[in-house]
Design a protein around this ligand. Structure first.
Ligand code: SF4
Length: 258
């Protein structure tokens, strides 16, 4: 198993297929992972194997680390195209997420006003008013929706608290389309069960949800790295392309990454 834990509140920049040159902001502890999901494909590893001993970074330490890095990047004439909350787990789990977003937007405006502030989130905390407000401030919130099938979510995404996908979709709809939906498609097996969400059983209802959400775009991707469990397989490129075409047929922009 080869998974990644980011060793600071700011990392990169990384060359993102979706976002270009992206400076990462990690709001989880530096020695482990905190997430309200425990996806079997998580590049940070499984929650039980990545229990942190240290705390989440404070608002102040995030602001200071981000300013130091942006200042150095400006001096090197190497400013990012995006500043992205991702890292070791779910960024919106941080109790001060809204204020951190406000700080980030101010630093973005000061150092690189052309850069987009982005968020990779599993959307589980959208029911918190402060998180919802923060998501509305972010230029490019990318919300995970791997399926609308509750059994599949229990098998693959494995929420560790109450999670009702219908309620989450209703909340996403309140963003009035100001979001990107991101979906992981894969094949293979886990715990003796199929994890193939490329079949009509999963794709049809997922498309119906997208037709209701009407996001700005849909990012379709598959496994790109080693996974913490065995038995998972990449979805074939032609399958991803076909699913993306069906999204486009709804009048919604779709990108796929094989
Ligand atoms: S939501 Fe993201 S960070 Fe959390 S377990 Fe899933 S892949 Fe990992």
């Amino acid at each position: 198993m080869s998974t990644v834990i980011y060793p600071g509140p700011v990392f990169g920049p990384v060359r993102s297929r979706r976002l270009g040159k992206s400076l990462g902001v990690n709001l989880s502890p530096v020695d482990g992972k905190i997430c309200s999901f425990d996806c079997i494909y998580c590049e940070c590893g499984l929650n039980d194997e990545r229990r942190p001993k240290s705390k989440m970074p404070s608002r102040q330490s995030v602001r200071e680390a981000l300013e130091a890095r942006l200042s150095a990047m400006r001096d090197a004439d190497d400013l990012p195209e995006a500043i992205t909350y991702s890292g070791n787990g779910e960024p919106t789990s941080h109790p001060d997420f809204l204020n951190i977003v406000r700080d980030t937007l101010a630093l973005r405006d000061k150092y690189c006003p052309q850069a987009k502030v982005c968020l990779l989130t599993n959307a589980t905390h959208l029911n918190r008013e402060d998180v919802f407000e923060a998501v509305r401030l972010i230029d490019r919130p990318c919300l995970k929706l791997d399926t609308v099938d509750a059994d599949y979510i229990r098998l693959v995404d494995r929420p560790n608290a109450r999670y009702d996908v219908k309620e989450v979709i209703e909340r996403i709809k309140e963003l009035n389309g100001r979001c990107i939906v991101q979906t992981m498609f894969m094949q293979g097996t886990f715990a003796g069960q199929s994890v193939d969400n490329t079949t009509e059983k999963y794709v049809g209802p997922w498309l119906e949800a997208l037709a209701q959400i009407r996001p700005e775009g849909v990012d379709i991707y598959t496994l790109a790295r080693e996974t913490p469990v065995a038995g998972l397989k990449k979805a074939p490129a032609e399958t991803l392309e076909r699913i993306a075409q069906r999204v486009e047929n709804l009048g919604i922009s779709a990108h796929w990454y094989g």
